[in-house]
Design a protein around this ligand. Structure first.
Ligand code: FE2
Ligand code: FE2
Length: 316
C-alpha cells in the first residue's frame, strides 16, 4: 500500500507568454528555478524508464504500489515542466538545443548505466529535496509570491509532492538493491552529473536569453564561474555576462546552513527521510487541494487566494 496521491495539473502555459524572469524581484532565483525545470524533464523521464525496467523485480518486492505511484507523480512533474519549458522556447527558440542537451544527458545514463546506478542516483538526489525545498517553501513570500502565478504554482505543486514522496526512492532502492555502501560510493559521480546538467542549462540561458531579459549571469550559481568571471571582467569589463547575485542572498544564513546540513545528512547511511522536518506550506497545500482549491493559481485563485493575500498584506 502507498499513501501517495498522483495529481495531474495544467498550469495554462499555452495561454500567455511565459517570462524567463518570472520573479522580477529575484533574477538569480528565476534563472536557477528555470534550470530546475530543464533538469526535471530529463531526470524524471529517466526515473519513469527505470521504474518500468524494474517492474519484473518490483512485483515480488512488496513496494510495487509505492513505485507505481511514485512513477506517476514524477511522470506528471515531467509533463508539466515540459509545458513550462515549451513556453520559454516559444520566446527563445535556441533553448530547444539546451533542452535536447539536458534530456540527452539523462538518456545517455539510461543507455549506459546499470539499473542499480539509476536507482541509486534517484535515491541520492531525491533525499536532498526535503531540506532544500523546506528552505524554499518556508520563504515562499519572497521566492514565489511575487512571481508569475503559473510558474510559482508549478514549483509549489512539484516541491510539495517531492516532500510527500520523500521516502519513495530510498524505499525502492533498499528493496531492489539494498546496498547502502554502493549508493554512498556512487554519490560523487551522481552529484557531478547533476551539476553538469545544471551547468548545461545555465550556459544555454546565457547563450540564448538576452542579458537585458535575464538580468544576471545564469552561471553565477557556480562558485568557480564567479571567481573566473571576476578575474576576466577585472581586465576586460566588456566580457561581462551580467551581475552575479545568488538566489538565496536574501534568506537568513542560519536557515541556509540548516538546509546544507540537511543535504549532508540525507547522504548518510540509514537516513530516514520520514523523520525530516517538513515545510508548513506542504501541509497547507494538501489540505487546500483536498478542499478543491485551484492549486494551479496558488496566490490568485478565487476567494481563498484573495484571503491569503489579505492576510499576507496585514489584512489591508
Ligand atoms: Fe518530481
Ligand atoms: Fe521526486
Amino acid at each position: 500500500m502507498t499513501e501517495l496521491h498522483p495529481r495531474k495539473m495544467d498550469f495554462g502555459f499555452e495561454d500567455a507568454d511565459v517570462p524567463f524572469l518570472w520573479n522580477p524581484d529575484n533574477p538569480a532565483w528565476s534563472s536557477m528555478s528555470n534550470a530546475v525545470s530543464f533538469l526535471a524533464i530529463g531526470f524524471e523521464k529517466m526515473i519513469v524508464k527505470a521504474i518500468m525496467q524494474a517492474k519484473p523485480q518490483l512485483a515480488a518486492s512488496g513496494v510495487a504500489d509505492e513505485a507505481m505511484a511514485f512513477m506517476r507523480q514524477e511522470g506528471h512533474h515531467s509533463t508539466a515542466h515540459r509545458q513550462h519549458v515549451k513556453g520559454l522556447i516559444r520566446s527563445y527558440p535556441g533553448l530547444q538545443n539546451t533542452l535536447d542537451a539536458v534530456i540527452g544527458e539523462f538518456d545517455l545514463l539510461t543507455e549506459a548505466t546499470s539499473l542499480n546506478y539509476r536507482l541509486a542516483y534517484t535515491a541520492d538526489l531525491e533525499a536532498t529535496f526535503t531540506p532544500v525545498f523546506k528552505l524554499m517553501l518556508d520563504h515562499d513570500a519572497t521566492l514565489f509570491r511575487p512571481g508569475d502565478d503559473r510558474v510559482a504554482s508549478l514549483f509549489l505543486w512539484h516541491f510539495v509532492e517531492e516532500v510527500e514522496h520523500r521516502s519513495s526512492a530510498l524505499i525502492i532502492f533498499d528493496a531492489l538493491v539494498g546496498n547502502e555502501l554502493y549508493r554512498m560510493r556512487m554519490a560523487p559521480s551522481i552529484f557531478a552529473h547533476v551539476m553538469k546538467v545544471i551547468r548545461i542549462a545555465c550556459a544555454g540561458f546565457n547563450q540564448h536569453v538576452p542579458l537585458k531579459e535575464r538580468k544576471v549571469d545564469s552561471l553565477s550559481m557556480f562558485a568557480t564561474h564567479r571567481t573566473k568571471q571576476r578575474i576576466v571582467t577585472a581586465f576586460a569589463p566588456y566580457l561581462t555576462k551580467g551581475t552575479m547575485p545568488r538566489a538565496f542572498d536574501g534568506l537568513p544564513l542560519g536557515e541556509q546552513l540548516t538546509a546544507l546540513a540537511g543535504v549532508v545528512r540525507s547522504q548518510m547511511p540509514r537516513h530516514k527521510p520520514a523523520h525530516e522536518k517538513l515545510p508548513a506550506l506542504a501541509g497547507e497545500w494538501f489540505a487546500k487541494y483536498d478542499e478543491g482549491y485551484d492549486c494551479t493559481r496558488w496566490y490568485t485563485a478565487g476567494t481563498n487566494g484573495r484571503a491569503r493575500d489579505a492576510v499576507a498584506a496585514g489584512g489591508k
